[in-house]
Design a protein around this ligand. Structure first.
Ligand SMILES: Cc1cc2nc3c(=O)[nH]c(=O)nc-3n(C[C@H](O)[C@H](O)[C@H](O)COP(=O)(O)OP(=O)(O)OC[C@H]3O[C@@H](n4cnc5c(N)ncnc54)[C@H](O)[C@@H]3O)c2cc1C
Length: 352
């Protein structure tokens, strides 16, 4: 019996799919097949799938909502586990606590203007919730972030409104320390429960996660997020709902058939040196590199947000990459800037 056969038999022959097209599991709708594909509906199933794959020496890759990945046209070898489901638990309501909120100062991503990429501005929606009581909430990593936000609003718990309309799972949000306006996810993370490479389950405090802008230790460690414990607020839920609604409205021009921003925004230091009005990379693509409408095959730089490459229909990963590589080349040649990827690459790519 081959390793694949052994794994399928041990995991669940009814639920393991062969040669599953990953294009159907990514927001970009791009990606070749996974040799084996399994949907984990809770942390227990996620642990089991990963441990079994490792015991059969089958490479294993985790995806959540597939909203920040470019999957190669050749697909992904081994087992792909889609982490999609789980539970949430409100563990503690500290109604007398008035803890100070940790303030992480990050630059606004966009500044107000009527021109293209510069029109995104969320600063007027921002407010401080630090005077409201803490609430500790544990959420399985496969839970969809938007579902979690609405579910918590129903329980009068706030703090996720800044991440309104960001697709994907709570695990994906931790992996990349997502940002919403001036906020980063790590502000509200208290503990993370991880499955280590040797297969142990550990619970670590947020400070050990090495959270940075669009990054965490998970980018290097190969650990898998099972659960996250968030420090949220018994806040003003009507205000939070209305802010979440307004964010959704303003972000509705961000095209969904994409993988989000292709590149990280530039640093404040680079912005100052270059004399640009914003750190938004979309501004550079639109106003400096003049690449509006640039297209290869079915992929195109979105005219609605120039740091997004969209699938206009039938795009391949190689089309997306050709555009990405052209932007990198022109940015280097024109302004001497090395742009950094925000998206993650999964599968067989020749030079990545
Ligand atoms: C329209 C649109 C708007 C977006 N807006 C924003 C935004 O405003 N701010 C922002 O920061 N991002 C944004 N994104 C990017 C994306 O939604 C986030 O990065 C999201 O958190 C990714 O989660 P996911 O579950 O889809 O992860 P996936 O795309 O499935 O995976 C991304 C990476 O995380 C890893 N991963 C996923 N789950 C786990 C886990 N449980 N344990 C370990 N590793 C894991 C995967 O292996 C992969 O390397 C946007 C994307 C789109 C399409």
């Amino acid at each position: 019996m081959s390793n694949f056969d052994g794994l399928i038999k041990s995991l669940d022959p009814e639920r393991v799919k062969l040669d599953e097209p990953l294009s159907t599991h990514t927001t970009l709708k791009i990606g070749g097949p996974a040799d084996l594909f399994y949907e984990a509906h809770n942390s227990g199933e996620l642990i089991k799938a990963v441990r079994l794959a490792r015991s059969f020496e089958v490479p294993v890759t985790i995806i959540g909502g597939g909203s920040n990945i470019l999957v190669s046209d050749k697909g992904v070898r081994g087992l792909v586990v889609k982490n999609c489901g789980g539970e949430m638990e409100v563990r503690e309501k500290n109604i007398f606590g008035f803890k100070k909120h940790r303030n992480i100062a990050i630059d606004p991503r966009w500044v107000g203007s009527k021109m293209g990429t510069m029109r995104y501005d969320f600063s007027d929606l921002d407010y401080d919730e630090s005077e409201y009581p803490d609430v500790e909430v544990a959420i399985d990593s496969g839970v969809n972030l938007q579902v979690a936000m609405f579910h918590l609003f129903d329980q009068e718990i706030t703090g996720l409104q800044w991440y309104s309309r960001i697709p994907g799972t709570v695990g994906g949000a931790v992996f990349n320390n997502i940002h919403g306006g001036r906020h980063v996810f790590s502000e509200i993370v208290k503990y993370v429960v991880l499955l280590t490479k040797p297969g142990d389950v550990i619970k670590i405090p947020a400070k050990s996660m090495r959270f940075e802008y669009d990054s965490s230790r998970l980018h290097q460690s190969g650990e898998i997020v099972l659960e996250v414990v968030l420090s949220l607020r018994k806040g003003d839920v009507e205000k939070a709902r209305s802010v979440a609604g307004e964010w959704r409205k303003r972000k509705s021009s961000q095209p969904f058939y994409s993988a989000g921003c292709v590149f990280k925004n530039i640093s404040e230091k680079d912005r100052e040196i270059l004399g640009y009005p914003t750190t938004a990379t979309g501004y550079i693509v639109e106003h400096i590199l003049n690449m509006t409408g640039y297209k290869v095959g079915g992929a195109m730089i979105s005219p609605d947000h120039h740091n997004f490459i969209v699938n206009t229909g039938g795009a391949k990963a190689r089309d997306y990459l050709a555009i990405r590589d052209e932007i990198v080349k022109r940015a280097k040649e024109t302004i001497g800037l090395a742009l950094e990827d925000e998206i993650r690459y999964l599968g067989e790519f020749e030079d990545r």
